[in-house]
Design a protein around this ligand. Structure first.
Ligand code: SF4
Length: 238
């Protein structure tokens, strides 16, 4: 069994706790307008690795993980390669390595959720029509996956990209806060500032850039919204 891997980052600090090996998997069925990895979209292309090859690679970095580091599967959408992912998660668990998946949610992932230690769940939009417009697929799969995480008591980090003129407003932040308040097992909430660094990639790939004209999200403004969101979730001053 082999998985299609786009690339591997060995000392990742932002995709989960501690120092992590981040495995960017190839393939995604969504088309988020703000995606900065359009080069991961195509399925079944690129380098392949077996679960054992991934384990052997990761073991070389185990000393850096300390107590809370480990491996994060990102992409692309890692849950599109379920069999490979499941087998690899099992091997990593047997070797005492902490695992995360960074996902927008794919149905039929029950067994994977039994083995993964932490889910980095990407919220894209909260309303069906806005989700469809921004992501290109149906919000139901996203919500069904989150419901499954709740049933299985998976630990969650919630992430949302903040995009100027689309969702960088207080009313959306409160809507997001109300949504998150109803969830269990949320360990962290992160708003990520939208950036335009991927535009050259789109040009190289010959894909029209869907958010042409929208500027980078100001990092400080994004941090302010993040603080507001956390205060709102914790019922402070809002
Ligand atoms: S789910 Fe992730 S990889 Fe797929 S299009 Fe959206 S941002 Fe890009």
């Amino acid at each position: 069994m082999k998985g299609y891997i786009h690339s591997i980052e060995t000392l990742g600090l932002v995709d989960g706790p501690g120092i992590r090996v981040v495995i960017f998997m190839q393939g995604c069925d969504k088309r988020c307008k703000f995606c900065h990895n359009p080069d991961t979209w195509k399925c079944n292309v690129g380098n392949t690795m077996t679960p054992k090859e991934v384990l052997d690679f990761v073991l070389k970095y185990k000393n850096y993980f300390d107590n809370n580091g480990g491996v994060t599967f990102s992409g692309g959408e890692p849950l599109l390669q379920k069999e490979f992912l499941l087998e690899t998660l099992k091997l990593l668990k047997d070797n005492g390595i902490h695992t995360c998946i960074d996902t927008a949610g794919v149905i039929g992932s029950d067994e994977i959720l039994d083995y993964v230690d932490l889910v980095l769940f990407d919220i894209k939009a909260l309303e069906a029509n806005k989700y469809k417009d921004l992501v290109g697929t149906n919000i139901k799969e996203n919500i069904d996956f989150l419901d499954l995480c709740q049933k299985k008591n998976n630990k969650l980090w919630i992430r949302q990209v903040i995009i100027p003129t689309i969702n960088d407003n207080i009313s959306y932040i409160k809507q997001l806060g109300d949504f998150i308040k109803k969830l269990n097992n949320v360990e962290k909430v992160e708003l990520l500032p939208y950036h335009t660094k991927a535009i050259p990639k789109y040009k190289r790939l010959g894909i029209n850039y869907p958010l042409d004209g929208i500027e980078d999200m100001d990092i400080n403004e994004c941090q302010k919204l993040n603080n507001l969101l956390l205060d709102y979730i914790n019922d402070k001053n809002t």
